[in-house]
Design a binder for this molecule. Structure first.
Ligand SMILES: Cc1cc2nc3c(=O)[nH]c(=O)nc-3n(C[C@H](O)[C@H](O)[C@H](O)COP(=O)(O)O)c2cc1C
Length: 192
């Protein structure tokens, strides 16, 4: 079965990203093996290595970073739930991506953004960043602007009202899940 991670792109107190990430994970788990990765569980330093991870075969990452690298390497593809802060993704997520060498190389990312204005600039930035670690983003990205987290229940179900919209978040997410699995399986087969 396809192995997917859902990365929570915020460690902020009172964050909304975790609720969205768990909704994404619950839906994706109907079709794939899914694990939520919470950056609160990976308290890495700001990237300070002398050599770029992709050009450092002798790399000896500190234990907190190694734990993150080993975890990321386990998956065939990734969702990233990103907030938008000041027209960009979060610093904690960018730092976590900057630590990666080849763990996500030739693997697909699906971007789920949210923010006051939908997070388009966070997505645009990530579409530029991710090729730097050899990864790429699938065509479908999701943009949520209406405090969607407040429409997700404590057991991570979208409200019936939101679900009733045939062009709404539920349908958009289901399309994105299918696409990510397609790319993850295709790239995994090509890599074997
Ligand atoms: C410092 C800060 C800057 C923000 N800047 C933006 C922004 O540029 N564009 C946007 O759409 N939302 C912006 N927002 C709104 C956040 O995206 C929104 O609060 C979202 O819930 C943040 O995700 P989180 O709750 O998981 O941390 C900003 C919020 C904060 C705290």
């Amino acid at each position: 079965m396809t192995k997917l991670a859902v990365i929570i792109g915020s460690t902020r107190q009172g964050r909304q990203s975790d609720r969205l990430a768990n909704w994404v994970a619950k839906e994706a788990a109907k079709k794939a093996d899914v694990e939520v990765l919470d950056l609160r569980d990976y308290s890495m330093p700001f990237f300070d290595e002398a050599i770029s991870p992709r050009y450092n075969p002798e790399r000896q990452p500190v234990p907190e970073v190694k734990k993150w690298l080993d975890k990321v390497a386990e998956f065939d593809g990734y969702f990233v739930v990103t907030p938008e802060y000041n027209r960009s993704t979060s610093a904690v997520l960018k730092n976590a991506l900057d630590t990666l060498g080849y763990e996500a190389n030739k693997k697909p990312f699906a971007l789920v953004a949210h923010g006051s204005s939908g997070g388009a600039q966070a997505v645009a930035g990530l579409r530029i960043t991710l090729p730097g670690i050899g990864a790429f983003t699938i065509p479908e990205a999701l943009f949520f602007s209406d405090h969607l987290g407040e429409s997700i229940s404590d057991d991570f179900e979208l409200s019936d009202e939101k679900k009733a919209n045939p062009y709404g978040p539920q349908t958009q997410l289901e399309t994105q899940i299918d696409s990510l699995i397609w790319y993850a399986d295709a790239l995994k087969a090509a890599s074997n």
